[in-house]
Design a protein around this ligand. Structure first.
Ligand code: EPZ
Length: 422
């Protein structure tokens, strides 16, 4: 297995181009199942999760031509509606094919995604909503078997909890349903907005895009024809590089980024003493003269994102003072704490709240990635830790960060990908 070797201490400089958003591209790739025509997606991030979902499409009979950042997809000849465990177990977001397969073909079998390092990740809200739209759902042998032989019908869906992929699954299902679906307590993330815009641009009437109440008028089973979609910039990758600037006391510029998508992240870095220059599609961060502690509570968009919690914990580990970080979305999203403490951080946990006492220095060590965002937090800490840090199990990173070591090296970091000696 590969690992990253990082020699800490360098400041960074220059600019980095942000890739397309993984969490926008995944539902958009799933949504192409709603069409029987060719569609082109551009600005895809070149990461493992994208390749995994495109592979699932081909396993279902879809035709996919994929270079690094562009995919030409045609799902006119899908001949299977079974999303098998081998794929879904690699990436739980594969559950996003449930809504579109059921809406287009009236039946499907999708492996239960199972949990992951950060939590149990249930899909009860997805299933309850599809049942309200007329689906018959059965869970057997680790698979969700869903049927709606007469098609789905519109319904009023009230989500007990805000769920990003739950909202996305129901938006896609509602697009081909008979009648109107109203979703109350919908997720408002930019990735949900882009999915809604893609479906609206295919002629489906959707009201309330970007709000917590969506109203979708289905086509009664008529397949859609999509225009080319350019994936929005990845706000979490962008936030991660802003944290790289903050933790290494560096001024760097992010290109192809939408600062309106990461206002909470920018706001918290301003609280820590950083300053920013913003243009339509760039962000330049200037480091704090003294990095101040911060208090964070993770919450749904537009609040502070849970996907930035681990990265901020790394930055807070060398701030002057004590930070308090509360994780409200996932029950186990503190796997990075023990690894950061191996680098010399002083972090303690009590339930869903962590206290991060800033230390003067971190020291290089061997650490292990456990999940996508925790891995990036370890890389950030390693950039300032004295000496050599080896971050292992970086397959987690490769799922969601395009060429992280290449982009960081170009900014001046001493980072390289190595192979475990046999
Ligand atoms: C999406 O996951 C993202 N993944 C996650 O990013 C992100 O952390 C999460 O939203 C929160 O923003 C993708 O978009 C592919 P949820 P999702 O459903 O949709 C509970 C990353 O790092 N819940 O919004 O799976 C759930 O347990 C990943 O890129 C139910 O109880 O998250 C959680 O507590 C990690 N029942 C809360 O809702 C359900 O049926 C939010 O989960 C669904 C969710």
């Amino acid at each position: 297995m590969d690992y990253l070797e990082i020699i800490g201490g360098n400041t960074l400089s220059g600019s980095v181009t942000i890739s397309g958003a993984k969490n926008a591209a995944l539902p958009i790739i799933a949504a192409t199942i709603l069409s029987d025509k060719a569609v082109t997606l551009t600005n895809l991030p070149n990461v493992v999760d994208i390749r995994t979902l495109l592979k699932l499409l081909t396993m279902l009979g879809g035709e996919v031509e994929h270079t690094d950042t562009v995919a030409h997809i045609n799902n006119a000849h899908i001949n299977s509606t079974k999303a098998v465990y081998e794929i879904v177990s690699q990436m739980r977001a594969s559950i996003l094919v449930l809504g579109p397969l059921l809406a287009r073909f009236g039946e499907c079998e999708v492996s239960l995604p199972g949990g992951c390092a950060i939590g149990q990740r249930p899909i009860d809200l997805h299933l309850k909503a599809l049942e309200a739209m007329g689906a018959h759902i059965e869970i057997k042998g680790g698979y969700v078997r869903a049927e709606a032989p007469k098609g789905l019908h519109g319904a009023k869906i009230v989500f007990d909890k805000i769920t990003v992929t739950g909202t996305e699954n129901i938006v896609m299902a509602a697009a081909l349903a008979h009648g109107t679906t109203t979703i109350i307590n919908a997720a408002k993330e930019p990735e949900v907005v882009q999915l809604c815009e893609m479906i609206r641009d295919a002629g489906v009437k959707i009201e309330g895009i970007g709000s917590s109440e969506l109203c979708i008028e289905g086509t009664s089973g008529k397949a859609l024809a999509f225009k080319t979609v350019e994936i929005i910039p990845d706000r979490i990758e962008a936030g991660t590089y802003l944290c790289a600037g903050a933790i290494t006391n560096s001024s760097i510029t992010l290109k192809k980024v939408d600062h309106k998508h990461i206002r909470a992240t920018i706001d918290k870095l301003e609280h820590m003493g950083c300053t920013f220059d913003l243009t339509d599609d760039t962000i330049t961060i200037h480091p704090a003269s003294t990095l101040l502690p911060v208090n964070l509570i993770t919450i749904e968009y537009p609040g502070f994102p849970t996907d930035m919690q681990a990265q901020f914990m790394a930055v807070a580990s060398i701030a002057k003072g004590e930070s308090v970080i509360e994780e409200r979305l996932f029950e186990n999203r503190f796997m990075h704490v023990s690894e950061l403490n191996r680098l010399g951080a002083d972090i303690w946990l009590k339930g869903s709240v962590s206290a991060v006492k800033g230390v003067d220095k971190l020291y290089g060590a061997d650490v292990m990635a456990t999940d996508l965002r925790a891995s990036s937090a370890l890389v950030l800490a390693a950039l300032v830790a004295e000496g050599i840090t080896k971050v292992r199990r970086i397959y987690h990173l490769d799922r969601g960060y395009e060429n992280l070591e290449g982009k960081l090296s170009a900014l001046g970091a001493k980072i390289s990908r190595k192979k475990e000696s046999k």
